[in-house]
Write a protein that binds this ligand. Structure first.
Ligand code: HEM
Ligand code: HEM
Length: 129
């Protein structure tokens, strides 16, 4: 799960940077909120989660980790495509953005639960054995 998340994160990084370059070159900042969330919810958040899952395999391999993975990775593209359409003038897409945002938020709550239950220091794991 960790390695997969890191690879997906890098794809968001490239998309976010390309959008940043486009805005800088064209002096058109309409898509700044898409750029922000592709970079922060895509690249930064997924890469951090990936590193945490790689460092703590109990969290990376847990069922709740998979729930987090899918909620975030289904919700974020829905939210980002919706936001792009909204900025382009398609106002009716707002509920779609909300649905994507709710999926991402539920995913992050799953991440919270996963980290609190499965991320443990080596010492505390050894002590229990
Ligand atoms: C080649 C790389 C990048 C370029 C060319 C770029 C370009 C831009 C541009 C043109 C804006 C709009 C500024 C405005 O509305 O006045 C912006 C906003 C922003 N960028 Fe980037 N960006 C890059 C990378 C990143 C990365 C890697 C992150 C985060 C991980 C990031 C986070 C943000 C945020 C949070 C904003 C919104 C700031 C605000 O609304 O005040 N950017 N960027
Ligand atoms: C489901 C999760 C999230 C939702 C629904 C959400 C929603 C929003 C909304 C509605 C705005 C105002 C946009 C505007 O006025 O144009 C905003 C701005 C912002 N958000 Fe988020 N956000 C989420 C997660 C995050 C996360 C995780 C980060 C950082 C790690 C972040 C960073 C920012 C920043 C820096 C801004 C201000 C810059 C901008 O407007 O582009 N957001 N967010």
């Amino acid at each position: 799960m960790g390695v997969k998340l890191i690879k997906i994160a890098v794809i968001y990084f490239v998309l976010g940077i390309l959008l940043g370059m486009y805005m800088s070159i064209s002096h058109s900042y309409d898509y700044a909120s898409v750029h922000t969330h592709v970079n922060l919810l895509g690249w930064a958040s997924l890469a951090l989660a990936g590193i945490i899952y790689y460092l703590f395999p109990a969290a990376g391999e847990s069922t709740v980790g998979k729930v987090h993975f899918w909620l975030h990775n289904i919700g974020l593209p829905i939210m980002m495509i919706g936001l792009t359409l909204l900025v382009s003038g398609v106002e009716s897409v707002e509920p779609v953005i909300a649905a994507g945002g709710v999926l991402v938020t539920l995913g992050i709550l799953a991440f919270l639960y996963n980290v609190l239950t499965h991320v443990k220091s080596v010492k505390s794991v050894r002590r229990r054995r």
